[in-house]
Design a protein around this ligand. Sequence first.
Ligand code: NAD
Ligand code: DAU
Length: 337
Amino acid sequence: MGNTHILVTGGCGFIGSNFIRHMLSQYPYRITNFDKLTYAGNLENLRDIEKDRRYTFIKGDIADKVAIENVFEKEIDSVINFAAESHVDRSIMDPDAFIKTNIGGTFNLLEMARKRNVKRFIQISTDEVYGSLGKEGEFREDTPLAPNSPYSASKASADILAMVYYKTYKTPVIITRCSNNYGPYQFPEKLIPLIITNALVDMELPVYGDGMNIRDWIHVLDHCEAIDAVFHKGEIGNVYNIGGENERTNIEIVKLILRILGKPETLIKFVKDRLGHDRRYAIDSTKIKKKLGYKTKKGFKKGMEETVGWYIENKFWWERIKSGEYLEYYSKMYKDR
Ligand code: NAD
Ligand code: DAU
């Protein structure tokens, strides 16, 4: 166990950084974090553990085959692939990087995992690959894939490829499909941190369409524990859904944040809807609960209060981010809406 050496890709992003911190606090493993440091990757996210002798950071692109080959020289025995372009709106504006990273990058990692006989390859996927639900029903692991955005299409493609590596080459692939995460270090382009950080400086709060789209929210540390369970106890060749059992409309989320902050609802602005906007996501997590004994720990109200508190206390973190390239993105994204 002590010799376990995990390659975590995309470890400077929101979920990857929370996951690395979690794993280093729980296990004696070595972790190599391979991250391109795109706009979403931030070395600040792991400042507190960067001097840990078990941790190594390498800047690189999973779409770069040679760079990936070099990383595998380091006696990697497991891969957990978080690296991705992750924002749906950006994928609608400019899908190119989504195809290169999410599909091409995953392919490079699978190829090296096959050649080097790694013990585990965990593909961090998303519930968005299942598409959209009506009022009833939940996504199960055998729900057909029906993505509706370039982002979810790229993640679904990567899932299919990963499963084919298991079927054809017996590469030890496991896929996780989680619902919407919230918590510390989430880039402020996503709904919850965007609303918190806009509200803190009394900016308008853009709500797409009628605000009645539903997401199932899970705290990022619960997601990390689920991945930990899958890494240690998951069965090769399987898919595990991970949900928060916590469905909320977007407008409910926005109003909750305003209540926590004591800010007025007049900040809310209903804007033009997202193209191909999925109406509802809901996850059936029976499999991971029954087979791996997983359950969520963080209550939503407490989790949201803590998350709002984190953004209040870490203003320096998001103020720096919400400048430069972000402002360009924001004005392009919300122009004419
Ligand atoms: P994020 O955008 O915060 O972080 C992505 C990280 O990947 C960044 O550090 C970025 O620099 C890195 N990266 C991007 N392209 C890369 C490349 N070509 N090579 C190497 N590194 C690259 O994303 P996140 O929200 O932390 O999501 C992580 C993973 O979890 C993604 O695969 C995403 O699809 C999946 N996921 C996210 C959620 C969610 O709610 N955020 C839910 C379910 C699944
Ligand atoms: O379900 C898992 C997915 O959750 C992950 O795979 C993605 O990486 C992650 O970005 C997230 O996707 P969503 O599109 O659901 O998240 P986002 O935060 O972008 O939007 C959540 C909901 O809020 C969605 O219905 C769109 C809406 N929204 C979003 C923004 C940014 C708004 O109404 N206004 C906004 O400004």
